[in-house]
Ligand binder design. Structure first.
Ligand code: NAG
Ligand code: NAG
Ligand code: NAG
Ligand code: NAG
Length: 564
């Protein structure tokens, strides 16, 4: 006893001897300004930055194991999705960590706001002079050369010794997060509309219905069923455009069928032809217009979240706080993996795992820059290695690539795919990926990471989608068109499952890889880039088309087989 109190006493005196939060340790640091950006000098002292601090989760590994267990058709726990509190408990930080970080913030007169859901992020607004002091940082204004957009970032930041292990990452600091292109993954030039007489020339909902065996009859929506479509700043979905789309391409549906608007971070959804966004319109038109009868929520995330990383965090935190979470979330946006630090990428990926464990299928496009991740202006132009996309490399989301061709489906040349440098290939795909790597042999070795998580998982038609945007009908292409189409198929199967009192599909990948024969294998096409032919679509899984394209009937049968 005496010993213990002696020890305690000496700790206390140590703490008193060295004033709290004074010894700084560098947390993250960049060697130089990232390619494509230029410094415009120190940020002005009164500029306000919204700092978001990621606190380590109590049990991320436990969450991953639980997610895989409830999503594996071979497990006795398949479909036993977690409650909100159960899922969030894995990701929550320790109470001690929160109080120590708050104590540090309060030493500068600041109070952190705990994030919604698991509460593993604290956010705090501070002006640049306070932020520089708090983080021993030097915020500068940086301009993204090609777009002209400016950001406040610092090339390094430090944390007091007491909190270095209690904070995984702070944003915005060293991540220069240009989105892949201003229009997300809808990056292929818009093609003027051709008469939509053949699916070879243009894809419409009826083309997808016939190609993927999707029913056109309106389902009776089950109470728990819906699709959440993510919308980010300055991309607004138009009800007038949706009506015109339905009149032209779904004359069998009521043209007044619409979406539910949800907003966060002061998001808006301005209705005027000049404010139309083709990504938002495409996403809403190919969910409302394909998942006939399933409610669609368009979640418009406001621009106040500073940048898209803030928006990505806020939307998943928002959903993780909902009692009734939509069983499908489709997000047609993304980043290049190396642009996002590993710590931030892991935090976002864990947040997707937590909603997945609650029974949500989280869908992202694989990207529109082929194997290399080098297309598009405003990006990094050197090409030493392929750049995977994020969040497709996260093993807890489903990544959707693109194909074209009707009589024979062919991988789209822009369909991104490859291997993550952050995550290992998960067990559910190890067999499929190994078979591909064996066929690949030593071709292009060194350009990609053969031990990484391979993506995409599946693919869907993604070229020449007819959309209506700003009252104009025209074609767009991209994996971000494929993704809402795939979301619609999953939502229709969920509706069947929920009607039969079964759980929704939830995190799809273990089920997809275990039932690859329900998908149509795509065996031609490639995604060239970086001066190479890229990867080839071959029999079995490949990093152009994944396991293949969906067939609603076959997938529905596989979903119910589990219960027969
Ligand atoms: C920054 O914020 C601190 C604390 O609120 C305040 O005392 C200081 O005057 C502000 N500095 C500038 C330059 O706005
Ligand atoms: C939303 O707007 C209100 C009022 O202008 C403001 O106080 C609040 O900080 C904003 N919220 C966000 C997340 O930007
Ligand atoms: C390759 O991927 C693994 C994860 O599978 C990662 O640990 C490793 O750092 C990556 N290598 C490179 C060179 O990025
Ligand atoms: C609709 O899409 C946006 C991009 O999201 C374009 O900027 C607009 O020009 C387009 N509107 C029309 C009428 O083509």
């Amino acid at each position: 006893m005496a010993r213990v109190s002696l020890l305690l006493a000496s700790f206390v005196s140590l703490a008193v001897a060295s004033p709290a939060f004074k010894t700084f340790i560098v947390q993250e640091k960049l060697a130089s300004v990232p390619e494509g950006f230029a410094s415009l000098g120190p940020a002005s002292a009164d500029t306000v930055v919204n700092l978001r601090m990621a606190l380590p989760s109590k049990d991320a590994a436990g969450l991953h194991a639980t997610l895989l267990d409830v999503s594996d058709p071979k497990s006795a726990n398949y479909g036993k999705h977690l409650s909100k509190d159960e899922a969030n408990a894995f990701l929550a930080p320790t109470a001690d960590a929160v109080s120590t970080v708050q104590e540090w913030l309060s030493s500068k007169g600041l109070v952190g706001t705990v994030s919604a859901g698991a509460g593993d992020w604290l956010s705090v607004s501070a002006n640049v002079s306070t932020a520089n002091e708090l983080l021993s940082a030097k915020y500068e204004t940086f301009q993204h050369i090609d777009s002209g957009k400016t950001y406040h970032r610092t090339l390094s930041y430090s944390l007091p010794a007491e909190v270095t292990n209690l904070i995984d990452h702070i944003h915005p600091t060293v991540i220069f997060d240009t989105p892949i292109s201003p229009n997300a993954f809808l990056s292929i030039p818009r093609v003027p509309s051709k008469p939509a007489d053949s699916c070879t020339d243009s894809i419409t909902p009826s083309c997808l219905q016939s190609l993927c065996n999707i029913p056109s009859t309106k389902v009776t929506a089950e109470a728990a069923n819906s699709i959440a479509v993510a919308g980010f700043a300055d991309e607004w979905a138009q009800t007038a455009d949706l009506q015109s789309f339905l009149r032209q391409f779904r004359p069998d549906m009521s043209s007044s069928t619409t979406f539910i608007l949800q907003t966060l971070d002061n998001g808006t959804n301005t209705q005027s032809p000049e404010q139309a966004g083709d990504e938002a319109n495409c996403d809403v038109q190919y969910t409302v217009g394909v998942a006939t009868g399933v409610p669609v929520s368009f979640i418009s995330v406001g621009g106040n979240s500073e940048d898209r990383i803030g928006g990505f965090l806020d939307i998943v935190h928002f959903l993780s706080d909902e009692d009734n979470i939509p069983p499908v979330m489709t997000v047609s946006y993304g980043f290049y993996e190396p642009v996002i630090s590993k710590t931030l990428a892991f935090k976002l990926c864990d947040a997707y795992a937590a909603v997945g464990a609650r029974g949500v299928s989280v869908l992202f496009p694989s990207g529109d820059s082929g194997a290399s991740g080098q297309s598009g202006s405003g990006q990094f132009h050197s090409c030493h290695r392929y750049r995977p996309t994020f969040p497709s490399g996260c093993p807890f989301v489903t990544s959707v690539g693109s194909v074209h061709g009707i009589s024979r489906e062919i991988g789209s040349s822009f369909s991104s795919g490859g291997f993550s440098n952050y995550w290992d290939a998960p067990d559910y795909q190890a067999f499929a990926v190994a078979a591909f790597l064996k066929a690949q042999g030593s071709t292009d070795a060194g350009l990609f990471n053969a031990s990484g998580r391979g993506f995409p998982d599946v693919s869907v038609q993604g070229e020449n989608y007819q959309i209506v945007n700003g009252s104009k009908t025209y074609s767009v292409s991209g994996t971000s068109a494929s993704t809402p189409a795939f979301a619609s198929i999953i939502a229709l199967i969920n509706n069947d499952l929920i009607a039969a009192k079964k759980p929704p599909l939830g995190f799809l990948n273990p089920w997809l890889y275990a039932n690859a024969d329900m998908l149509s294998d795509v065996t031609s096409g490639s995604n060239p880039g970086c001066g190479t032919d890229g990867f080839l679509a071959i029999p079995g899984w490949d990093p152009v088309t994944g396991l293949g394209t969906p067939d609603y009937e076959k997938m529905k049968r596989a979903a119910f087989r589990k219960y027969n």
